[in-house]
Design a protein around this ligand. Structure first.
Ligand SMILES: [Zn+2]
Length: 98
């Protein structure tokens, strides 16, 4: 009948202390299947970074693009609508070999 139960509780203290534990590790563990991609640097008037992957979900090749080289990495959506964890295996066309 009333929405009072949705009101924030009066919990205080305690919860913050748990963060010292080691949750940071989560960011280094891929949550999705890993896809090693080849990245192509922007060329000419093209400003996007393109990448090609072998999809771990459907086995087909997918292309995608990002505004920056770093933007390619991490969680991305594939052409078949699923998510993968992108790792850059090779970079083509970049002047600087990182
Ligand atoms: Zn796919």
């Amino acid at each position: 009948m009333s929405a009072d139960e949705n009101a924030p509780g009066d919990e205080s203290g305690g919860a913050e202390d748990e963060q010292a534990g080691g949750r940071v590790v989560e960011s280094t563990i891929p949550r999705y299947p890993v896809a090693h991609v080849s990245v192509y640097a922007p060329a000419g008037r093209r400003r996007w970074w393109w990448y090609a992957m072998r999809c771990p979900h459907c086995g087909a090749g997918h292309f995608g693009r990002a505004r920056s080289q770093d933007g390619v990495k991490g969680t991305r959506r594939t052409g078949c609508g699923r998510r993968v964890w992108v790792i850059v295996a090779r970079t083509y066309g970049a002047r600087e070999a990182a």
